[in-house]
Design a protein around this ligand. Structure first.
Ligand code: ZN
Length: 184
């Protein structure tokens, strides 16, 4: 589903390996003699925010650091020195890497096109829970309700999504309240 939304391009793995000198970007472990599956390419800007894996958006990490990084925004995982090095290696602006997590604007634009939203819902109808999660995350981060752009969606889906959205928002404010109490 994420691949469909972010779009995919052919990536030049060898170019990326070379640029990162075949070393895990995090701890510089030499990955030259390892199997290809031991040197996964990480989405620098994460796939959960609908950024595609491109030659520019890839970071070479060892398996351990790849799973540690997973869906985190670069600023939530790397040190400031690492963010600056990554800006040079990837070409992604430092301000983007060091800033707040946000969705890929191109993918978000696609979610405003009724035809595309209807296609997406139909294709992933069996994964209703996942679609609802996605809708609620995008609503929270980007203030876009892409269900509104569907011409075919049942009110039952919208109702369920709204209920879950309320629950998540309440949980978050409860968590914040609990934290505040701890601090005082
Ligand atoms: Zn590593």
């Amino acid at each position: 589903m994420y691949l469909d939304l972010s779009g995919s391009t052919k990536i030049k793995s060898n170019e990326i390996y070379k640029r990162f000198k075949y070393r895990c970007f995090k701890w510089k472990k030499d990955l030259r003699k390892t199997d290809a599956k031991e040197r996964p390419l990480d989405h620098t800007l994460p796939a959960v925010f609908l950024w595609p894996l491109t030659t520019e958006n890839a970071t070479l990490l060892c398996r351990e650091h790849n799973s540690e990084k997973s869906g985190k925004w670069p600023s939530e995982y790397y040190s400031n020195d690492e963010l600056r090095a990554l800006a040079v290696l990837t070409g992604i602006p430092y301000d983007t890497l060091a800033g707040q997590p946000h969705y890929n604007p191109e993918a978000i634009e696609h979610l405003k096109i009724p035809e595309r939203v209807d296609q997406l819902l139909t294709k992933y109808a069996a994964y209703r829970q996942e679609i609802i999660k996605l809708r609620n995350r995008i609503l929270e981060y980007e203030n876009l309700d892409f269900f509104e752009h569907s011409t075919i969606i049942s009110p039952a889906w919208v109702r369920q999504a709204n209920q879950e959205y309320q629950r998540v928002i309440h949980q978050e404010s409860d968590a914040n309240t609990a934290q505040d109490t701890d601090e005082t």
